[in-house]
Design a protein around this ligand. Structure first.
Ligand code: AHG
Ligand code: MN
Ligand code: MN
Length: 339
């Protein structure tokens, strides 16, 4: 049986040794982790749990909601409402923020999440995940209800971020600004156990992840960046590259954190400057994790964590992973901006 420390022990030791982890933040992380355990359980039931399929309604993004999008959203809201650690929550599945009801005590943290990332994979039995980001309510919000504007903080201010991956194993990846740690769900005892960390992304892995079907929409320089890699040993880089795309950012980012490579969802001609992924609960938490693991993250020109969000559901171009690959892809975008 694994002797790896549990998430609870890891957090308590962090709190004791590093003296950097407030008790409320520890409670928040344990609560999110517990909710992810429940979401993972629902995901794994599949057709037996009647959790597959769509609801026939759209979320604020104009995307058809899957049953599991809504189930996971409710589980995260219910788990985090009553603990006293939060001021409010925000989610991909809710148009505006969710304030903690007055019957419960309130805390100073703001929690943002993508309850199910990779929803198109749910009904076909492939990996999906949950992404979360933790901010502090700004000091000026003390003594009043927080507002949506209080959430619009640069990613660099995140105090914690992570994701759960519901795949062959159920995993939790976590950063609180001092490295990235991996926890595996030990189903027999119901505990998360630390199985890797601090994680460093392997540099120099020749593997990229991009949705190739958008090629005609890319900027010419993203096209050239990918062409150089697709042409492999016969091309200007003189070396072969591999390609993987799961359609679930959590799964792609997890592979890259563990094995190296680069993930690209650039802004393209369909929505110039905006792209597909959302800044506050997809790009920012992943960029925080990536940087903490020695990788990098940009929107094509600027470090993701430096961007000033303008809206809760703002979309952004994403380049994440291996430092050299992110720099090369970013230079390709920047060169186009100047030409
Ligand atoms: P979500 O399921 O939360 O809407 O996110 C899906 C995202 C991300 O997980 C993935 O990388 C990307 O959308 C897939 O996009 P394509 O449909 O273009 O492959
Ligand atoms: Mn998503
Ligand atoms: Mn989602």
């Amino acid at each position: 049986m694994s002797r790896a420390p549990t998430l609870t022990r890891f957090l308590i030791e962090q709190q004791r040794e590093q003296n950097t982890l407030p008790a409320e933040l520890r409670l928040l992380i344990e609560t999110v982790a517990r909710a992810c355990k429940t979401i993972g359980h629902a995901v794994s039931k599949g057709a037996l749990g009647e959790v597959l399929g769509s609801l026939g309604q759209e979320n604020v993004q104009g995307e058809v909601q899957k049953k599991l999008d809504v189930i996971a959203n409710e589980l995260l809201l219910d788990a985090n409402e009553w603990g006293g650690h939060l001021a409010a929550m925000a989610s991909e599945e809710m148009e505006t923020i969710h304030l903690i009801p007055n019957r419960y005590p309130k805390g100073e943290y703001l929690l943002l999440f993508d309850p199910i990332d990779g929803s198109s994979n749910i009904d076909v039995g492939l990996s999906v995940g949950t992404i979360f980001s933790v901010l502090k309510a700004p000091p000026e919000a003390a003594g009043r209800e927080v507002t949506e504007a209080d959430f619009l903080q640069a990613g660099a201010t995140q105090v914690a971020a992570g994701y759960a991956l519901y795949g062959p194993q159920t995993l939790l990846m976590l950063t609180m600004g001092a490295g990235v740690y991996e926890f595996t769900l030990d189903r027999e005892v119901g505990a998360w156990r630390m199985t890797d960390g601090p994680i460093q992304i392997p540099q120099g892995t020749r593997e990229f992840a991009i949705n190739m079907s958008n090629r005609r929409q890319w900027t010419p320089h993203v096209e050239r960046y990918i062409d150089e890699r697709v042409s492999g040993a016969q091309g200007p880089l003189g070396t072969d590259y591999n390609m993987r795309w799961t359609g679930s950012m959590v799964a792609d980012i997890h592979r890259i954190l563990k094995r190296g490579g680069v993930f690209l969802y650039p802004a393209d001609a369909r929505k110039p400057g905006k792209a597909r992924l959302r800044l506050m609960y997809e790009a920012n938490p992943m960029a925080f994790l990536m940087e903490q693991a020695g990788g990098a993250g940009t929107d094509g020109t600027t470090r993701l964590l430096d961007l000033s969000p303008q809206a809760l559901h703002q979309r952004v171009g994403v380049m994440l992973g291996d430092r050299a690959e992110v720099a090369a892809a970013t230079q390709a975008q920047a060169a186009m901006a100047q030409s």
